[in-house]
Design a protein around this ligand. Structure first.
Ligand code: ZN
Length: 162
């Protein structure tokens, strides 16, 4: 994706209050990110690890979505799949994120839940830029997986905006 500025990021959120955006911490080393290898910008809030953010460039502009994880405290075992990039991980490396829906639905408390790579590094896993700990069942070519990630991402954003 094309690099984005801190200002653009802060102005992109569709499901957050002004105070939430003010409290948001930008990704560490924000200006040094490997933008050319990113399908979306995703990060956990360094100061509030149960909060995460996903920013994606669409035809209409930049769309930012704030996410929240629910820590269950229960030990989990086995493997899990990211709903966005379909990368398989140890189950603790995939997190269930809830996105408050935009507009009136969100104000009523409606959320969209989805499993995403816990570090929101889908793009890096698909390009072999971050190491994987479990064997992958998916043998589809990386370019196709990147394309599919884009489609699933768009569907997710549409569900939040709907
Ligand atoms: Zn993923």
């Amino acid at each position: 994706m094309e690099p984005v500025s801190a200002e653009e990021i802060r102005g992109s959120f569709v499901n957050s209050s002004r105070s939430q955006i003010k409290a948001m911490t930008l990704p560490p080393k924000f200006t040094e990110l490997p933008w050319e290898s990113l399908d979306y910008l995703g990060w956990r809030d360094p100061k509030a690890p149960n909060r995460a953010y996903l920013v994606v460039r669409r035809d209409v502009g930049l769309t930012g979505i704030a996410l929240q994880t629910a820590a269950t405290g229960k030990p989990r075992r086995g493997t899990g799949l990211c709903d966005l990039c379909h990368t398989a991980h140890q189950v603790t490396d995939v997190a269930l994120f809830a996105a408050r829906r935009a507009g009136p639905a969100g104000r009523k408390g409606d959320t969209v839940g989805t499993y995403i790579c816990a570090d929101l590094a889908c793009s890096l896993y698909l390009r072999g830029l971050r190491e994987l700990e479990v064997p992958q069942g998916d043998t589809v070519a990386p370019e196709i997986r990147v394309e599919r990630l884009g489609t699933r991402l768009a569907t997710f954003v549409d569900r939040v905006l709907a």
